[in-house]
Design a protein around this ligand. Structure first.
Ligand SMILES: Nc1ncnc2c1ncn2[C@@H]1O[C@H](COP(=O)(O)OP(=O)(O)O)[C@@H](O)[C@H]1O
Ligand SMILES: [Mg+2]
Ligand SMILES: [Zn+2]
Length: 270
């Protein structure tokens, strides 16, 4: 035999690979030429090249998106000095939220869960909302659960009190590295902003800055959720107009049950 002929047994002997071509059919892209070979005694076939290249593109885009989300969250962290959720609420999920007040409570939890799970639709429908009810009913807990869920789904979401936002904006006055506008823009850019009224009083802040953030987010279809003990207090702070617009969206979740902590101590039998 001449030197230019290499037998298959020689290939197998030298490289432990045996190549053979066959036509396979991809359900999506039709026929393609597949190389089959044995590697370590296992028979393999190369996949549809179109699928492979789509997957490569998909992985690339996914990686880019994750990187972008990470950068945005890091930027927000630098701005508000903590992660998207206050440390004491990091553990909060929908699953560890206890339903102890029947149907009404179950419905609110369900509404908020589906807000998080269908966030793409929430955005296109430009849904904004209000969580209202007395202290200890779990408003912040469920807000944190929403944030956790959205971050897992690749969105940027942040929980901030009004004081967080006001202090952050005011801190730019003494800081040449960060302009007021760039900080405001951070609050506008994130996919979901949850603003808790917190303990801020009427005179503590310039309502226009928070108003502008909410308003600009509304125009850009970036949803915002407001948390308050009493809706009328929020109206005094932010003005009727923005609050009635939030109410018109009909995503007003009323937490009208007892404080979780009282519930727990009652049941402990002490
Ligand atoms: N239904 C619930 N199941 C489990 N934990 C709860 C529930 N409601 C409230 N909590 C917990 O009780 C504490 C107070 O709740 P929080 O979310 O701060 O109430 P709110 O914001 O309405 O004042 C938090 O530690 C929270 O995790
Ligand atoms: Mg709270
Ligand atoms: Zn294919």
């Amino acid at each position: 035999m001449g030197k230019d002929f290499i037998s298959t047994s020689e290939i197998v002997g030298e490289s432990k690979h045996f190549y053979n071509y066959q036509t396979l059919v991809c359900e999506e892209h039709g026929e393609f030429m597949s190389a089959t070979f044995t590697l370590k005694g296992e028979s393999r076939a190369t996949s549809c090249p179109v699928c492979v290249s789509h997957k490569r593109d998909y992985d690339y885009i996914k990686q880019r998106k994750e990187q972008e989300q990470e950068n945005q969250l890091a930027a927000i962290k630098a701005v508000i000095n903590r992660a998207a959720i206050p440390p004491s609420f990091e553990h909060c999920t929908f699953d560890n939220y206890v339903i102890y007040a029947g149907e009404t409570q179950a419905r609110v939890v369900n509404n908020l869960r589906s807000f998080a799970e269908n966030f793409a639709q929430v955005k296109t429908k430009n849904i904004h909302g209000i969580l209202t009810g007395s202290t200890g009913t779990g408003k912040t807990h469920l807000a944190a659960a929403i944030i956790n869920e959205l971050i897992n789904r690749g969105y940027t979401a942040v929980f901030a009190t009004m004081s967080d936002i006001v202090n952050t904006i005011q801190s730019t006055f003494a800081n040449k590295a960060q302009s007021k506008q760039s900080v405001i823009k951070r609050f506008i850019d994130i996919d979901l902003l949850i603003i808790d009224e917190g303990a801020v009083t009427n005179r503590d802040f310039d309502r226009n800055e928070i108003f502008d953030i909410i308003n600009t987010r509304y125009n850009l279809k970036h949803p915002t959720l407001l948390i308050t003990n009493i809706i009328d207090d929020l109206k005094t702070k932010l003005g009727d107009r923005v609050i009635s617009r939030m109410q018109q969206g009909k995503f007003v979740q009323v937490f009208n049950w007892d404080d979780y902590r009282l519930k727990i101590s009652n049941h402990s039998g002490v």
